[in-house]
Design a binder for this molecule. Structure first.
Ligand code: CMP
Length: 138
């Protein structure tokens, strides 16, 4: 069993698609074992995405992430990190496969509906950014 950090981005909450995206996650065989809705501050978004701070898209990405509420989640399942990345689809929705969350819901590369951790190390860091152990109920 593995855990990964998921974020439903502001484009999802704005369009009232939280349930629709969660349905895809659960249908994909992942369990939502922690979940909270919050409105990130700019400082929090910059800290979460610090690994991208040198990238040209960093400011736009952070602004997009604070444009409305997000839903942070911990997902659990076999090979959850890679599995969720397959359920999400490619970062750029233009390249995402049919039937993936990003293909069906994403608006653009920044408003790409969902974030998922990309490694075991980052999953642990990202989960502890949002959740205490008490809030994760497997
Ligand atoms: P996410 O999985 O949240 O991780 C970093 C985000 O940066 C990514 O999804 C995209 O929303 C955003 N982004 C914007 N431009 C790019 C780009 N050229 N390459 C990768 N990510 C990008």
């Amino acid at each position: 069993m593995q855990r990964t950090l998921s974020i439903l981005k502001p484009d999802v909450t704005r369009r009232n698609l939280t349930g629709a995206v969660n349905e895809r996650i659960e249908r994909g065989g992942l369990r939502i074992i922690a979940q909270k809705r919050l409105h990130l501050t700019l400082t929090q978004a910059q800290k979460f995405y610090a690994v991208h701070q040198e990238r040209a898209f960093f400011n736009d990405l952070c602004q997009s992430m604070i444009s409305g509420p997000v839903v942070a989640q911990v997902l659990e399942g076999e090979n959850a990190i890679l599995h969720y990345r397959n359920v999400m689809g490619a970062t750029n929705p233009a390249n995402a496969d049919e039937g993936t969350i990003r293909k069906d819901f994403a608006e653009s590369i920044e408003a790409n509906s969902v974030h998922g951790s990309d490694s075991v190390e980052n999953a642990a860091k990202e989960i502890s950014f949002f959740f205490s152990e008490m809030e994760i109920v497997g």
